[in-house]
Design a protein around this ligand. Sequence first.
Ligand SMILES: CC(C)(COP(=O)(O)OP(=O)(O)OC[C@H]1O[C@@H](n2cnc3c(N)ncnc32)[C@H](O)[C@@H]1OP(=O)(O)O)[C@@H](O)C(=O)NCCC(=O)NCCS
Length: 368
Amino acid sequence: MVVNTGLEGVVAASTRLSDVDGERGELVIAGFPIGELAEHATFEETTWLLWHGDLPSARELDTFRADLAAQRALPASTIALLRECAHGGVDPMDALRIAAGTISMTAGDARAIVARGPTIVAAFWRLRQGADPLAPRPDLGHAANYLYLLTGEAPDPERVRGMETYLNTVVDHGLNASTFTARVITSTGSDLVSAVVGAIGALKGPLHGGAPGPALDMVFEIGDASRAEEILRGKIERGEKLMGFGHRVYKVRDPRADVLAAAAERLFTRAGDMSLYRLARAVESTALRLLEEYKPGRRLQTNVEFYTALLLHGLGLDVPLFTPTFAIGRVSGWIAHAMEQARTNRIIRPQSEYAGPRGRTWVPLSSR
Ligand SMILES: CC(C)(COP(=O)(O)OP(=O)(O)OC[C@H]1O[C@@H](n2cnc3c(N)ncnc32)[C@H](O)[C@@H]1OP(=O)(O)O)[C@@H](O)C(=O)NCCC(=O)NCCS
């Protein structure tokens, strides 16, 4: 029996949704190179593309946008739960997971789940700051409404474009851990809310969606390019992983890093302060040189999380919002995979190799 730890190299699904080519550094979303889609599409268009296989017509898009906008509001019971979470100091991803579960109380369809993600995250965030949640604005698109709900200000078009680009860039990515989780849950015949709640749990981990916060913390800790080498060497020598580097599939640069780096550069240029952007670039090149020195042949490259941190910071988001914002983008991909799994379903049920003892005899409690 060959045990495939981490299921590396195992092909467990056939999909029309996305293709990750780790050797060429290419990501295709339903036929579109990621750069093409990320730059032009609204998040509503990308979501429709994944769910229907093609871009929406103008009429389909209008109806879809209106439909999503109409489903954004949360019931009072969910807000009350988020208030408890905020008072209790609950982690933002835990709060998202808890509140996402309540979608089953009133709806549970794909549109409601996507529509309510930003409302949940922003309501929790404002409650955590001691402010009241804002009512969603149906006149704004998905990305613009999210920024509005966080800040209370209608965002300018460049920030909206930055958020659309981010959400599109992370919407889907082959059989990553959270998407696989959603497919496993769906394969048992379970429901969409359960699949999404399970996927949120998988995304939370620092080896998956939890990396951008620590990646930005690392850049802040370094603070000045002249300290990058010393600090990064120390981390590698202590056996720490450099957050934002390395990937199971990409052995060349993650194409999403370039898309996000370009979007971040535009925002920082406009804001007139390039110092953090330049520092991040310097940290990246030092990290890549040191990873090659300490882990020769491992081909560790910059991944999506490194520039996620920079772009979301440029959009004015605080670190605890990074992973929940990733979830707001990835949820459309999770749902698309759940729908695809349900259409062609066979229960996902791998095997394990037993490595424990055999032949034991029962010991009564009094003799243990
Ligand atoms: C993404 C990740 C989980 C992939 O894991 P994986 O495919 O199991 O890769 P491995 O852990 O087998 O890594 C291979 C080798 O490179 C090392 N390595 C991998 N990523 C590293 C990193 N970011 N920093 C330092 N060393 C790293 C491993 O320690 C291992 O070294 P070894 O063979 O001497 O033990 C891993 O690269 C990582 O933890 N990266 C940091 C977290 C991150 O940015 N996650 C977001 C992913 S989009």
